[in-house]
Design a protein around this ligand. Structure first.
Ligand SMILES: Cc1ncc(C[n+]2csc(CCOP(=O)(O)OP(=O)(O)O)c2C)c(N)n1
Ligand SMILES: [Mg+2]
Length: 879
């Protein structure tokens, strides 16, 4: 600590009972620093701190530091670019981003969009684009950059200057359907890979998903490196150098930090020493409704939180023009004033002009007033916060990139709606402002020196300098140096060679009536796939502290649990064949009790094909109730980024799980899964079906490169597993097949079932046969695939296009017998196919609507009415 910063600190601390004594201590410490150096000073402080922790003293260190920049002026590196050009370019982007939002809303008031957020984040983005964010190229794997979603107009504005988007495209912001009709490219509201598959990589529109996802991506890059699959650059070597480490950058909002997902994995990032991860939190002190912490300071709060979680914290609070003020402020009047200014007040200072700030901030006391002497109101108005100063931002990013051993967060202080003047800067309502009147446009033009006539400004014309201008050449040269344009999503990936079904799943497809649960069968199948020489290493088994529940403990030994530090202890069960084995090249991702973390891991692996050009195949197995219900939004985001992989909802079925009760028994996940367009959801009853679906899915995703993912429910009920008949696979994959006929003569009823409840359906068929009623039984593997097929056929027919009959007609068109369907899920699931059944067939559905409760399977099935007796009874009623 320098003399100056110490005095600032003391000043900020408040009243001092004995200033003379304080000064003696202070002088002693400063002379120690001067004569013995900082290392010795730190040692002495550690000694004193140990003493001070004596319970009688009860000292605990302050985690917050004064409200000043972490990086001292003399530690700032020289700015390695052309400041004037970069500022000019940033101004153009600000304008074009603003113009596209205002134009869209002038034309169609309903389109929405945001101006104020990018206005506050523009400089934070631009320093990244010009100096840090690397694209994937032949020589570098590229950085992963998470852009704040509602600042997307700024990213489009840059792509326009870069020549990747045209003026015509910008004019179609948020008009994705109309744009192609006008020969333009529609620009999605927020980063959506689904909608712009060659552009956006990471969806961040749902707050909190981006932050947690960025952490798990950074960790997944370590996993790939440690398993020697793909070198993503190592952490620092012994001499502290790091060659070409690929980084994950995320620019997020200060309001967004309140999301539980944003915060939940901070300690994972530090525990894993993810120095490949840098977050920039744009502390504009505002969210949508108002201040993030009007009565406190969000920067202090985040500083304490991140520091406590083991992150390197860089505060980027004040711009270069404050340097002189701080230098002259020997008594720490500024730090003291900041320590007593809450964010709500700071926001008011942002919203008001120079005169107001002179009177109300610098006017607080004599010392502050003296500092502001000699400055005009205009100069006071233009005093920049750190996050608007390219030089300071660069210094912070460079320090973050250099930092080893910890992830870094940069807390960047900015003004929301920066430069929007009286129309929006620092205003409570600025977040949702989408209109600017003519005077405000002219003021903005003036404020940023834009090369626009009054008429052009009023007409919201987009600006782009000539291609051969120094500005444009500079812009392109910077990106070329960093490997090309970003964001850019690469949809192509090498194909993976897959083993034949019979080589790894014969035990399931030819089970010969052996008893097992589909969960056991899946675990065995996974174990076999892991042994495949080519595919095996690409598999990522993921669990959230439920591996033992699902009988997967054997995999601990077989493939090991990934640990970035290996295993530093002798496991208690070391002699056992199921020993808990952690290893640097361990394959299982054991995420502990964090479904949010596990699904983020799954997403990182499931998008590796495009993010890294290196396909991986994740299998995340979890309690099905804690999937779509608990982390549904994260799954939705994974679908958006075209994830490829398997989700396994185990211990599924409201009655099959038995004793676990209301909060565990899942009766609805398949229904939610069906709402995700690229999720193929299955409820297989038999091990052979499960294997056939996984086999088909692997080929669809890894060979045919389709952007789909699979959800399979797995059950824990043991029952006899029949052979999968030859030729059944296509029907299994399409969603259903005729399992068998029961009784003598023409079947008088048709019974449908899925999952474990199919066993009840089969029992019912036997009972009916005993009573002389013949039936046929269909195994429905996927209600949602059947419904989708029906809908698809119907739509084609309505449009007058060539169409086929729904597959349901193929399955059920041959008979007029009444139908009864039973599942372990809410009735809406089997109801979803009703519209596409052959005309005239009566159809009754049974299901498990309502809350679960704990009891035996038999009791639960009786209660919900999905047991054999009720199924048989229902069939007879229909007859
Ligand atoms: C999960 C979720 N909840 C709410 C929103 C709506 N929303 C979009 S931006 C925003 C405010 C963001 O504030 P902050 O994170 O501080 O970003 P700023 O615009 O201030 O940079 C809100 C509430 C959302 N996108 N996602
Ligand atoms: Mg904010």
């Amino acid at each position: 600590m320098t003399d100056q910063s110490l005095s600032r600190f003391l000043a900020a601390e408040g009243a001092d009972a004995d200033p003379v004594e304080t000064a003696e201590w202070r002088d002693a410490f400063l002379s120690l620093v001067t004569t013995e150096g900082p290392a010795r000073a730190r040692f002495i402080l550690d000694q004193l701190a140990a003493l001070a922790r004596d319970p009688h003293v009860a000292w605990s260190p302050q985690l917050a530091t004064p409200y000043v920049n972490t990086i001292a002026v003399d530690q700032q590196p020289a700015f390695p670019g052309d400041l004037a050009i970069e500022e000019k370019l940033a101004s153009l982007m600000r304008w074009n981003a603003l113009a596209m939002v205002v134009r869209a809303n002038a034309a169609y008031g309903e389109l929405g969009g945001h101006i104020a957020s990018y206005a506050s984040a523009a400089d934070l983005f631009e320093v990244g684009f010009n100096h840090f964010f690397r694209a994937r190229s032949d020589t570098h794997g590229g950085d992963l950059v998470f852009f704040q979603a509602h600042s997307a107009p700024g990213v489009y504005a840059r792509a326009f200057l870069e020549g990747r988007l045209t003026e015509h495209d910008l004019a179609h912001y948020r008009q994705e359907i109309t744009a192609p009709k006008h020969g333009a490219r529609g620009l999605s509201s927020y980063p959506h890979p689904w909608l712009m598959p060659d552009f956006w990589q990471f969806p961040t529109g749902s707050m909190g998903i981006g932050p947690i996802s960025s952490i798990y991506h950074a960790r997944f890059m370590r996993y790939l490196t440690h398993r020697q699959l793909l070198d993503c650059g190592a952490a620092a070597n012994a001499s502290g150098e790091r060659v070409a480490q690929r980084r994950v950058w995320g620019v997020f909002g200060d309001g967004e930090m309140d999301e539980p997902e944003s915060m939940s994995a901070l300690t994972l990032a530090s525990r894993e020493r993810l120095d490949n991860l840098v977050w920039v939190v744009n502390c504009n002190l505002q969210r949508l409704d108002g201040p993030v912490r009007g009565n406190g300071r969000i920067v202090d709060e985040l500083e304490k939180l991140f520091r406590g979680a083991g992150w390197n914290v860089i505060k980027l609070l004040w711009g270069s023009d404050w340097d002189g003020l701080f230098a002259r402020d020997v008594n720490g009047a500024l730090a003291h004033a900041f320590a007593h200014t809450v964010d709500g007040q700071m926001q008011t200072f942002a919203a008001k002009d120079g005169r107001f700030n002179r009177d109300n901030f610098f006017g607080q006391n004599e010392a502050l007033a003296r500092l502001a002497q000699g400055m005009t109101d205009e100069q006071i108005d233009r005093l920049k916060r750190g996050g608007h100063d390219l030089v300071k931002i660069h210094a912070a990013y460079a320090a973050a990139a250099r930092h080893t051993g910890e992830p870094t967060v940069i807390l960047a202080h900015t003004k929301k709606g920066y430069g929007m003047g009286a129309a929006g800067q620092g205003r409570m309502t600025t977040h949702s402002q989408k209109k600017m009147d003519e005077a405000a446009l002219i003021e903005f033009r003036n404020r940023f020196n834009l090369p626009l006539s009054d008429e052009q400004a009023r007409g919201l014309e987009f600006v782009k300098p000539a291609a051969d201008s120094p500005d444009m050449r500079y812009l392109l040269a910077r990106r070329e140096k960093l490997g090309g344009f970003i964001p850019r999503r690469q949809p192509v990936a090498p194909m993976l060679a897959l083993p034949a079904l019979a080589s790894y799943a014969a035990f399931a497809t030819a089970a010969g009536g052996r008893e097992m649960s589909t969960t056991m069968a899946f675990v065995r199948l996974l174990g076999n796939l892991l042994k495949d020489e080519r595919l095996g290493p690409r598999i990522v088994p993921i669990v959230a502290d439920e591996a033992r529940t699902f009988g997967m403990a054997n995999l601990f030994k077989q493939v090991g649990i990934y640990s970035s530090v290996g295993q530093r202890y002798e496991p208690e069960d070391i002699g056992s064949v199921l020993s808990y084995r952690e290893a640097l090249d361990g394959q299982i991702l054991e995420e502990g009790i964090s479904e949010a973390g596990a699904i983020a891991s799954w997403t990182a692996a499931a998008t590796s094909y495009s993010v890294h050009g290196f396909p991986m195949l994740p299998f995340y197995i979890y309690y099905s109730m804690f999937g779509f219900q608990r982390v549904g939004d994260a799954i939705w985001a994974a679908a958006d980024q075209r994830a490829r992989g398997f989700l396994l909802g185990a211990t599924s079925g409201r009655t099959t799980l038995g004793g676990e009760g209301l909060q565990h028994q899942d009766g609805s996940s398949l229904l939610v899964a069906a709402t995700i367009p690229n999720c193929k959801a299955y409820d297989p009853a038999f091990a052979g079906e499960m294997a056939a679906i996984i086999d088909f899915g692997m080929r669809e995703m890894l060979v045919d490169q389709q952007d789909v993912f699979y959800y399979l429910t797995l059950m824990n009920e043991n029952y006899a597993q029949p052979d999968l008949p030859a030729g059944a696979q296509p029907g299994v994959v399409r969603g259903g097949w005729r399992f068998a006929a029961f009784g003598d003569g023409e079947p008088r009823v048709t019974l449908l079932g899925s999952g474990a409840v199919l066993t009840e359906v089969i029992k019912a068929a036997h009972q009916l046969a005993d009573e002389g009623i013949a039936s046929e039984v269909f195994s429905i593997t996927s209600w949602s695939e059947l419904a989708r097929d029906g809908l698809h056929c119907e739509q084609r027919a309505l449009r007058g296009e060539e169409h086929t009959q729904p597959y349901l007609h193929e399955l059920f068109g041959h008979s007029q017998a009444p139908m009864v369907a039973a599942t372990d899920y809410v009735r809406a699931l089997p109801e979803s196919i009703r519209a596409w059944l052959p005309a005239g067939r009566r159809y009754l559905t049974l299901g498990t609507d309502g809350f679960g409760r704990s009891d035996t399977r038999a009791a639960l099935r009786e209660l919900f009415g999905v047991d054999a007796a009720r199924i048989a009874w229902s069939a007879k009623r229909l007859l």
